[in-house]
Design a protein around this ligand. Structure first.
Ligand code: ADP
Ligand code: MG
Length: 320
């Protein structure tokens, strides 16, 4: 059974750190935040729902907590922003052990600490079943400088950070496995996603990205978002896509997982400038270009473009 609401909030309050943007954090009716002069606010909110985004028997609680905050921080990164404060609304069923909640918070707060993002509030409630967490991240960006999905022009290059398909490959391994190995770095060689805040900010400062999105639902799905918002099409080169290497043998994941697997939280952006191969310590790879004619195409080894189906994660279309 989890701790009673008041005790749980007290515990979170003890664990949470303040930060320079937080005038008043946990403990009052609202948090009071300081916004840097000449900045606009960024606000993003993301659910993490048991049996939709994670399974208690597959995912270590620390990883669920870490990913819960990653989802929010990654959205701030995709705008080129800086996170200022996070808010966690948590609904937990009576039968969830407090140990699970402790480990979830540990994972979430470790990532918060790494990026110096204070947990400045939230809400706590009993759920009718399972665990639901909503993370809100407030960030800021110099006025008018947020990098939008809508800024791509035809004839620009398309880039991606890091490697793709690692999260989907680890999930596929869990689904196949009969043993109760956990989806974690130990059992699958999978490393948890990193919100690419440094890369996003650097791209914005150096004006290198015309449009940007974080890949939360899969490359095909998120590239389509940029294309639809920017009114362009895209051609992706299959052989250029940086695929994750997983497991003890460091085997490269299947192309399909890199194209459509979600949960990698890498950045996808367009640019007409010369983009370095590494930004803020993260590999950056050119994977294709934007074109005038709408739709997505994949260029295979034979050099011929084929329509690229959009098969990333979409709610109400499948299950975990
Ligand atoms: P209210 O009823 O005014 O919403 P609460 O009793 O729900 O106040 O919350 C008290 C304080 O604890 C508030 O500052 C709130 O932001 C914070 N808080 C509640 N739940 C959480 C949580 N899960 N994580 C972080 N802060 C929380
Ligand atoms: Mg409340």
């Amino acid at each position: 059974m989890p701790l009673a609401e008041k005790q749980l909030i007290q515990q979170i309050r003890r664990l949470a750190r303040g930060g320079s943007s937080v005038v008043t954090g946990i403990g009052d009716d609202c948090a009071v935040l300081r916004v840097p002069q000449g900045h606009e606010l960024l606000v993003t909110t993301d659910f993490t729902i048991e049996n939709v985004h994670f399974r208690r028997d597959w995912h270590a609680p620390e990883l669920v907590g870490r990913r819960c905050l990653t989802r929010g921080l990654s959205d701030i990164a995709a705008m080129g922003g800086e996170p200022r404060a996070a808010f966690l609304s948590l609904a937990i069923a009576e039968d969830v052990p407090q140990k699970w909640v402790d480990r979830f918070l540990k994972g979430l707060l470790a990532l918060a600490q790494e990026h110096k993002v204070p947990l400045a509030g939230g809400d706590t409630a009993q759920s009718e079943g399972g665990i639901q967490a909503d993370i809100v991240v407030v960030g800021s960006v110099p006025t008018g400088k947020a990098v939008l999905r809508s800024g791509a022009k035809p004839g620009q290059q398309i880039y991606v950070t890091g490697e793709l398909g690692g999260a989907a490959a680890a999930l596929a391994r869990m689904a196949e496995s009969k043993s109760r190995v956990r989806y974690s770095s130990h059992s699958t060689g999978y490393s948890p996603p990193e919100p690419r805040l440094g890369v996003g900010q650097s791209l914005r400062r150096r004006r290198l990205a015309s449009a940007m999105i974080d890949i939360s639902d899969g490359l095909s799905t998120d590239l389509e978002h940029i294309c639809q918002e920017s009114l362009v099409g895209a051609e992706i080169e299959a052989e250029a896509i940086p695929r994750a290497q997983v497991g003890r043998t460091k085997k490269q994941v299947a192309l399909d997982l890199a194209l459509h697997g979600g949960d990698d939280y890498e950045l996808l952006f367009t640019s007409s400038a010369a983009v370095p191969a590494q930004i803020a310590g993260v590999r950056v790879t050119r994977i294709g270009r934007t074109v005038r004619s709408p739709g997505l195409r994949l260029i295979g080894g034979d050099g011929r473009p084929q329509p690229l189906p959009v098969r990333g994660w979409e709610h109400f279309r499948g299950d975990l």
